[in-house]
Design a protein around this ligand. Structure first.
Ligand SMILES: Cc1cc2nc3c(=O)[nH]c(=O)nc-3n(C[C@H](O)[C@H](O)[C@H](O)COP(=O)(O)OP(=O)(O)OC[C@H]3O[C@@H](n4cnc5c(N)ncnc54)[C@H](O)[C@@H]3O)c2cc1C
Length: 282
């Protein structure tokens, strides 16, 4: 079994601040981490490897410093790491990113056939959730998104059965390998890195591929040239004009307090009062 896990290095959004005057994101000193959603996929890949054996290759497209994110994944138990990095990738949107990644995964597949590709549900910076499905489409893989549980995988019949969180319930899906899976958050808990794996991660030779090594000849499909998306405006959302109010109970009975609160809401928002009044009459 050969599993490829797509991971992205992202700024730790918990530590990002917005400049109070310019409203721009202050990235200085913000640590880079593995996109948290990708770790749910990596853990699931590790569990499949525990059950069925095989290898896990982690891959990222990013600047040279993204190598640190790949090493982190090796410390959790991944076997190989590929960093796809080239100036020609700069300015890539999700279309160009999924093209570059699928081409690189295609190259990996040529030397060691790939059975399952994992991606995170989405990233915490770009947040589009488009790259996984984009890779699946380009590589003609069965696509299983929002997976909450892998029920079974049979390497002999090459069938996989998963539970998928859908609107209003859970779908049980069965399909053939090869497939691409995006795991839902909270579906598992990433294991601790073992001391052995931490040493292995420090020594590991991460493969660094430029666009040629990734099998990309047409520069028109990558980077800014291959990115039709245009960001027309970036802005910080307006702070809310109204703030929460604290209403003292002063020993009022709950029913009296509720009447006071509703009366205040209706006074401040007459449209709500009018709308509810109309509904009550009809
Ligand atoms: C016009 C434009 C210009 C941009 N220019 C730049 C730029 O110069 N530099 C820059 O860093 N970003 C740039 N971006 C952002 C870039 O498009 C996204 O970071 C990238 O396409 C991934 O999209 P996402 O973060 O929404 O991923 P999602 O689709 O939300 O990610 C889903 C999953 O796909 C996988 N994945 C996503 N990205 C990668 C990756 N790079 N490597 C491996 N796996 C991945 C992960 O498993 C992830 O969980 C630009 C975006 C636009 C629209």
């Amino acid at each position: 079994m050969h599993i490829v896990v797509c991971i992205k290095q992202v700024p730790d959004s918990a530590q990002i601040r917005v400049h109070p005057v310019t409203n721009t994101i202050m990235r200085q000193g913000v640590p880079a981490i593995v996109n948290p959603y990708d770790l749910f996929s990596l853990e699931e890949a590790l569990r499949l490897k525990d059950q069925h054996g095989g290898r896990i290759t982690v891959i990222t497209m990013g600047p040279p410093q993204a190598e640190a994110a790949l090493r982190k994944c090796i410390s959790f138990g991944a076997d190989d790491a590929v960093l796809v990095t080239d100036r020609a990738f700069a300015g890539a949107d999700t279309l160009a990113t999924s093209y570059a990644l699928s081409s690189a995964i295609g190259q990996i597949h040529r030397t060691h056939a790939v059975d399952v590709v994992f991606a995170g549900k989405q990233t915490i910076d770009g947040d589009t959730a488009q790259v996984g499905p984009g890779v699946a489409k380009r590589l003609d893989l069965q696509l299983l998104t929002y997976v909450s549980k892998i029920r079974s995988l049979d390497p002999t019949s090459r069938m996989i059965e998963v539970e998928r969180r859908a609107e209003g319930g859970v779908e049980v899906l069965e399909t053939k390998l090869p497939c691409l899976i995006t795991m839902l958050e909270g579906t598992n808990e990433m294991r601790f890195a073992s001391m052995d794996n931490m040493f292995r991660a420090a020594r590991h030779q991460v493969q660094t591929w430029d666009r040629i090594a990734a099998g990309i000849e047409d520069v028109g499909k990558i980077g800014l040239k291959g990115s039709p998306t245009v960001v027309s405006k970036v802005f910080a959302p307006q702070p809310r004009a109204t703030r929460a109010q604290i209403i003292q109970a002063d020993g009022d009975a709950p029913a009296d307090l509720a009447v006071t609160v509703v009366a205040r809401i209706f006074t401040q928002h007459p449209k709500i009062a009018a709308s509810l009044g109309r509904r009550a009459e009809s």
